[in-house]
Design a protein around this ligand. Sequence first.
Ligand code: ZN
Length: 313
Amino acid sequence: MWALVYSPRFQDHDPGENHPEAPWRAEAVVRFLTEGPLASEMTLVAPSLAPFAWLKAVHEEGYLMAFEEACLRLKSHFHGDDNGICFDTFEVARLAAGAVIRAVDLVENEGYSVVFCPVRPPGHHAGPARAQGFCFLNNVAIGVRYWQENYSLKRILILDWDAHHGNGLQEVFYREKEVFYISFHEDPRLSFPGTGFAEERGAGAGRGYTLNLPLKMGTGDREYLKLLREVIFPQVAAFSPQGIIIAAGFDAHRDDDFSFLNLTSQGFKALAAEVRAWSEKFSAPVISVLEGGYEPGALLASAEAHLCGLLGH
Ligand SMILES: [Zn+2]
């Protein structure tokens, strides 16, 4: 059994006409999954709004107030032209963060070992006081804080395979040894947001608990899998996570124009199958949270393949 945490309200964040992070994304993923072969084992769960206390565990209060006010005043953008907003954006973003909180409750209280949150807006670029790259609230970071503080989890692994570096996630956890942030992404010299060099390894007590794997253009399934097995796995084993969160972007797919990376949906399945093996080895449940992925066919096929991998199909 696995759970999917979703609200039709995710469609109500409208970043503007022709914006790639379009309202159809999460809804299409959910429809595809509920009409597909994995639906028979799936429980559909509705999220609640993330309480302010948990938003403030990651974001500065002044930032949250400015973001809410920009939406209520019907501004068209917040912190730059990429980040289109509408009246509903603040509430929908709270619901997206609330979905990850709900996922944590599902793994802790109801015995799920795999929960998928196809949310929008995405979150991994959002910093404590910064909206960026279509992200406003850092859904994964908020979920990590909730998992740590509400359930006393000591070691949480974040695996981010969105094509872009999750600079917001790195920023939040850079000085902490309880959260190991690992990111695959396109070479930051060529790709947004321009961070995530291999030398960025964490600071202070967190030194060694950030791992960046910048990838050259054209990197595909075989190289990803080799890095996951040979470079990442030994470090994950030494860390021995109690919980795993995947920042699951699918824009590294070869058909997605947002990167020059060449993963296929079978590649996403193979990566997820490795994570399933880690989850069993360390008795660590897996929560997967949608980030990027903008090409409809690639997004739907990859999301389904991803879950097939996580569920051992
Ligand atoms: Zn991305």
